[in-house]
Design a protein around this ligand. Structure first.
Ligand code: ASP
Ligand code: MG
Length: 408
């Protein structure tokens, strides 16, 4: 079998853990498999590098940031090769340029366009375990790029797709995907399996187990994906197209604290205002999430929306600069908010899910500021300090409700 494994930063945080992973890799190799292993930077290395850059130039260009950040993953693969060699195995480390992980040009948030497989295949043929830096690639200018925070998952899945690997195993410090954050919700359950679509929603809604784009790529190329712990031998969670019939009505509750709300108050109630607001945000490359427009009164209305916390300053500045053109009376913001979401493919065919969700929020005394829904999810915006209470209450409400999933 050709196996692509990925180990996250916590799994390779220090020498002891590097050796732990090296032994796991060698075990899989001894069982007769070919191994391509993607690594993240050790522990909090990436955060550390970002802090270093901030000390020197808080407005550093994205190109130079990428130049700096790619070094974290290079340390990991080189150290892992040394560990495997020390244990008597054979390994070689390669970075994104050496492999030929071709990406789009945009620094700090590049997308993989194509992966050259020749070098990796040659090294596998020579009997090497091939260690590949996660999170990085090379653009058409020959510059190194990164794929966005958490992007090593995407590197692994894309490699699995390009190499036509039999499986892609993502090793992390939890042993799978849970119905809620097990640190907050004590009786959260591990899922044996979850569909790509549900995982995609959960990942984009703040469940941090997998990089969102990795799930997109897995779905697109039908990559067999599992999420496992690097510390135990427990069975993990399989992410795949279809899931078994009997299961909890919702597949998970996710929280995202990286949210701010902006409200533009008293905008003239006339065509084009929403367009102007969101065109401004697009120009600043700020992605907008939940949007709410109040019904008009006295010819005026309010437009509220949520964005990531990191984008708040840029967004506010752009809006303040255009306040007159937008005919806004005031621009308010709150970064003390969080999103809570439930996700489940069974939702669409089961009426009453929304009522149960809102009842749980009411029972917990949590006030809802905004609501957004799709076929398989409901999201609410609430005060950040309510997030744990709300998550526990909602999980409690749904934990004993199972559903028979029928394909129609
Ligand atoms: N080291 C990078 C980060 O912290 C990429 C990753 O770990 O997936 O975001
Ligand atoms: Mg990660």
């Amino acid at each position: 079998m050709l196996i692509v494994q990925k180990y996250g930063g916590s799994s390779v945080a220090n020498a002891e853990r590097v050796f732990n992973v090296a032994r796991r890799i060698l075990k899989a190799k001894e069982e007769g498999n070919d191994l391509v292993v993607v690594l993240s930077a050790q522990g909090k290395t990436t955060d550390g590098l970002i802090a270093k850059a901030k000390e020197i130039n808080p407005k550093a260009s994205r190109r130079e940031m990428d130049m700096l950040l790619v070094t974290g993953e290079q340390q990991s693969v080189a150290l892992m090769a040394m560990a495997i060699n020390a244990l008597g195995g054979r390994a070689i480390s390669l970075n994104g340029v050496q492999v030929g992980i071709e990406t789009t040009n945009n620094y700090s948030n590049a997308r993989i366009r194509k992966i050259q497989t020749e070098r990796i295949e040659n090294e596998l043929e020579r009997g090497n375990v091939v260690l590949v830096t996660g999170f990085q690639g090379v653009n058409t200018l020959g510059d190194m790029t990164t794929l966005g925070r958490g992007g090593s998952d995407t590197s692994a899945v894309a490699l699995a797709a390009a190499l036509n690997a039999d499986v892609c195993e993502i090793y992390t410090d939890v042993d799978g995907v849970y119905t809620a954050d097990p640190r907050v919700v004590k009786d959260a359950q591990k899922l044996d399996e979850i569909s790509y679509d549900e995982m995609l929603e959960l990942a984009s809604l703040g469940a941090k187990v997998l990089h969102c784009r990795s799930v997109e790529v897995a779905k697109k190329y039908n990559v067999k994906l599992s999420v496992l712990s690097s510390m135990t031998d427990a069975e993990g969670t399989q992410v795949k197209e279809e899931c078994k019939m009997e299961r909890m009505l919702i597949s998970g509750v996710a929280a995202d604290k990286n949210v701010s709300r902006i409200s533009i108050i008293g905008v003239k109630d006339e065509p084009g205002k929403a367009f102007e607001v969101f065109a401004l945000m697009a120009k600043e490359k700020v992605s907008v999430d939940i949007i709410l427009q109040s019904t008009g009164r006295d010819g005026r209305q309010d437009i509220s929306f949520t964005i990531g916390k990191d984008d708040l300053d840029i967004a506010l500045k752009a809006l303040e600069d255009s306040k007159e053109r937008l005919t806004a009376e005031a621009i308010q913001h709150d970064d003390n908010v969080a999103k809570l979401s439930i996700v489940g493919a069974g939702m669409a065919s089961n009426p009453g899910v929304a009522a149960m969700f809102f009842e749980a929020m009411y029972d917990a005394g949590v006030n809802i500021q905004m609501i957004s829904t799709s076929e398989i999810k409901i999201t609410v915006l609430i005060s950040e300090e309510d997030i744990d209470t709300a998550m526990i209450a909602v999980h409690d409400k749904f934990k004993n409700v199972s559903v028979n999933m029928r394909k129609n």
